[in-house]
Design a protein around this ligand. Sequence first.
Ligand code: AHM
Ligand code: MG
Length: 333
Amino acid sequence: MAEAMTLNRFILSTEHRHPGATGEFSALLSHIALAAKVIQREVSHAGLVDVLGATGAVNVQGEEVKKLDVFAHEAMIRMFQYPGLLCTMASEEEKDIIPIPEGFPLGKYILNFDPLDGSSNIDANVNIGTIFSVHRRRSQSGPGTPEDCMQPGTEQVCAGYVLYGTSTMLVFTTGDGVHGFTLDPSVGEFLLSHQDIRIPKRGSIYSTNEGNYHLWPDGTRRYIDRLKTIDKAKNLPYKARYIGSLVADFHRTLLYGGIFLYPADSKSPKGKLRLLYEAAPLAMICERAGGAASTGSERILEIQPEGLHQRVPLIIGSADDVAEAERYIQGKE
Ligand code: AHM
Ligand code: MG
């Protein structure tokens, strides 16, 4: 039997291939993995929150049991405020950038994250996830700035997500290949389970909130109509799958191929999902796995952000499927 590759061994072996590496980036990845385990532990107790709440229970730190998304947000901040790896961070749960407290060392990296995406699914015991994006700082010194956080996706040095599902998975890329690690709860280690993930060039599943159909522009409607036509020679119709939890819908799309869309609609003309900590990191992963990510008219990774919480339409998945969706959305088909 092959020996299991732990995340830490994988990170160290990658570091050895970069002679100038200081180890800070490896430490950053290890801290992300640790935060993922802390959040996973809490997520696995989600169904018990009301039960514990009814007893007025407090957790081991003596704090009252918190809502999971607040817990995840605070867990990420606690993990990264002190070790000197970041100069600032941004979270979906906080309007402004989150500073490193005074007196603590500053690092050269920036972390943008969505601590618990899909949190509306928690009460139904449906998959949720954490999404993260790492940049190098642009400012020269001192505390990081909002501009450090607002860099185009092409500048990301690492992007990834954690999926809390039937098992907990950490999937990330640092640029060369997309790798997936599964948490073995018995030893508390992430083990390499999906090496060098490649998304199929074309799939046969589409994933979108079709309840918005009548709010979509004509091109988007025609594209989805096409995926439902019956044409066996063209592998149509596609299957429909929509969880409503971005990490889970994206993860399936990455492994099986196909397309995920949260397009612009008349209620949200700029789309719903956020550029910096939802669309851009998933776009980097998808492209590095051989797929594509677009707003319908623009490559997600090339968008110059204008706000920390900016929204974008997101069309992501197999390269041929995304290219076809773009043609419909742009009225070329
Ligand atoms: P959240 O960040 O408030 O959890 O919202 C993001 C979620 C995504 O996980 C998912 O893709 C999308 O919202 C679902 O939206 P809808 O309920 O409109 O289909
Ligand atoms: Mg979110």
